[in-house]
Design a binder for this molecule. Structure first.
Ligand SMILES: [Zn+2]
Length: 168
């Protein structure tokens, strides 16, 4: 399959919990897949688990932004929480990965972050802005050549039934 799929997630585990089936299926069909994970830093146990997970899913090397999880300062000692960095900074980091990987499709959380986790909700916002910005050569000039995913230039979102979100 001639397709490149990029998932943007908040935490290690999310690639498997929310998009594991999608990533595995597309990789199995020959698509190129990759995952950006916005929180948790290299050297943490969960970052190592992410590496194993991506290996199983066929999604390449981790692409960690290294910000701290909103609720777990130990996720990235000394680094700011994703929620606390300027939006423009986080968007620019994701733009860089979009321009480097050049996906046809970008997949992230829906506007409710699947069940309302503040990092998930924020990653939705960051990804929506990043996909739009990645196509403009006037924006984030140091983040690589412009690239616009062909799937209408908008990210796809995964979602959960309201009944499942309500149980959390
Ligand atoms: Zn998560």
């Amino acid at each position: 399959m001639d397709l490149r799929l990029l998932c943007v997630h908040a935490h290690p585990d999310d690639e498997a919990i929310w998009t594991g089936g999608t990533l595995a299926r597309y990789a199995d069909e020959g698509a190129a897949t990759a995952v950006v994970t916005c929180s948790w830093a290299e050297g943490t146990r969960r970052a190592e688990e992410l590496r194993h997970s991506l290996d199983i899913l066929g999604a390449g090397e981790p692409r960690l932004l290294g910000y701290a999880d909103a609720r777990k300062p130990e996720s990235a000692p000394g680094n700011p929480r994703l929620l606390d960095v300027p939006l423009d900074e986080a968007v620019g980091r994701v733009v860089e990965h979009i321009r480097q990987f050049r996906p046809d499709v970008v997949l992230t959380y829906d506007g409710y972050g699947s069940y309302g986790h503040p990092d998930h909700v924020h990653v939705h916002r960051v990804t929506m802005a990043a996909v739009e910005a990645a196509g403009y050569d006037q924006l984030y000039r140091d983040a690589g050549a412009p690239w616009r995913p062909r799937a209408s230039g908008r990210p796809c979102t995964h979602t959960s039934p309201r009944s499942a979100a309500a149980r959390r």
